[in-house]
Ligand binder design. Structure first.
Ligand code: PSV
Ligand code: MN
Length: 430
């Protein structure tokens, strides 16, 4: 394994934090013991947790207006894998990466798989991209891709997704994530029904190319880039499509892709109910698809999503096996720091949700004790599980404080010497 961050440095920083950490951990242990919770079982759980990092997330993001490049940005998938390796080395909770094609295109995917393995990384869902035109492509996606009015353009978008399936096979990934920007900006621009039918027919061809053991994740999003109508705008459209396609098609929930104030945890519960929850793109938002760092705006909502997930796991919900990925855009932070912070916050929500006294909750619900039920959830949510998460990281060789260790190591300044600064103020949302 290639060490990207000095193991000695991680060790010495962890040693410095040791006394205070043991004090905090022992205190949490006593608190959880009083509640009948075995801290060791929770540490094990935290050690088993992993969320995928998006390759596009390690580059600096932008908005429609501008992008402000940072120093030492990754130039290609090889640099991105190294950055993802740093995140994994320090947090030990991001064992896979989710690539985007053609952004991460290479000539040899088997070699790329080996390169990732050197950093202790595997591949999660492969994301296709028919929301942009690629160099040399015959037909434009300006007016859509899989739902386009023109059959040849749809066929081109299908072929790209089939190629992504081949790439996924070579990378050892077991899922293809399909998000399309197709929609309209004007009422009457297209026939709403025909667009959906075109999409389904195109997806059926892609579905037929899935090998056994591979799934297809359908990602909905309410609006943007289309602003009047979007073909797969919501979980309803996504579910209709997934049910039409068959058992290998499931619905992916990106937390930023819903109407404001929508009850996302309830959508999650519904998808679990029908055995169609593919997984997540985690991020946070205030207004729309802001792609802010997970739990930076509404950590309680993230907890409530995990409450549904842990509940489903506890009752052995049929077909429940979601994939967890981050999907964020980092415009004003070092992306590695943001992704590490997010990975920790997502693991925190998972462990907090694991602390919910489900028996007490069920009893309060049966007795219509609304406040009692709510207090049961809050007791778990308000538990500071930081020492438990730090213990899980350190037992696996990670850092007590990943961001502090990253800063002390100087990784960014080091790679900035090899990676020339990207000039120009190009705009672009990723
Ligand atoms: C679209 O907003 C999205 O959430 C999809 O997952 C894309 O693949 C990703 O962002 C990157 O643009
Ligand atoms: Mn997404």
């Amino acid at each position: 394994m290639t060490a990207l961050i000095s193991e000695d440095l991680i060790g010495s920083l962890n040693a410095k934090a040791r006394t205070a950490h043991e004090d905090d951990f022992a205190s949490l242990d006593r608190q959880l013991s009083r509640r009948g919770i075995d801290i060791e079982a929770m540490v094990e759980r935290a050690m088993g947790w992993s969320v995928a990092v998006p390759t596009w997330g390690v580059g600096t993001g932008g908005t429609r207006f501008a992008r402000f490049p940072g120093p030492g940005e990754p130039r290609n998938i090889h640099d991105k894998l190294a950055d993802c390796g740093v995140i994994q080395a320090l947090t030990r909770g991001t064992r896979t990466v989710s690539p985007h094609i053609p952004w991460d295109k290479v000539s040899d995917y088997k070699a790329l798989r080996q390169e990732a393995a050197q950093y202790g990384l595997g591949f999660d869902a492969v994301n296709s991209n028919t929301f942009q035109d690629q160099d040399g492509q015959a037909r434009s996606y300006r007016y859509g891709s899989l739902a386009h009015a023109d059959a040849a353009t749809r066929a081109q978008a299908v072929a790209h997704n089939v190629e992504c399936i081949e790439i996924a096979k070579a990378l050892g990934s077991t899922a293809l994530t399909v998000w399309i920007g197709d929609g309209t900006n004007f009422a009457g621009q297209q026939n709403l029904t025909r667009m959906f039918e075109n999409y389904i027919a195109a997806m059926e061809t892609i579905y037929a190319a899935l090998p056994s053991g591979m799934e297809m994740f359908l990602e909905h999003k309410m609006y943007e880039p289309a602003f009047y109508s979007t073909v797969i705008a919501d979980w309803g459209s996504s579910l209709i499509a997934a049910q039409t396609l068959g058992p290998k098609a499931k619905c992916l929930v990106d937390l930023g892709h819903h109407a404001p104030n929508v009850n996302i945890e309830q959508i999650v519960a519904r998808l679990i109910h029908v055995g169609k929850l593919a997984g997540f793109h985690f991020n946070d938002s205030k207004y729309g698809d802001d792609d802010l760092d997970s739990a930076s705006v509404d950590p309680f909502r993230l907890f409530l999503v995990f409450n549904e997930l842990v509940d489903a796991e506890a009752r052995g919900a049929k077909g429940f096996n979601p994939s967890y990925m981050i999907d964020q855009s980092h415009n004003v932070t070092d992306p590695i720091e943001s992704l590490m912070g997010s990975a920790v916050e997502i693991a925190r929500a998972y462990i907090q949700a694991s602390l919910v006294d489900r028996k007490a909750l069920a009893e309060a619900q049966a007795a219509n004790d609304a406040l009692g039920a709510h207090r049961t959830l809050k007791a778990a949510y308000l538990t500071d599980v930081s020492p438990l998460l730090a213990e899980a990281r350190m037992r696996q060789g990670g850092a007590h404080d990943p961001i502090a260790a990253y800063r002390a190591d100087g990784y960014r300044a080091r790679v900035a010497q090899e990676r020339p600064e990207v000039k120009g103020a190009s705009s672009g949302i990723v």
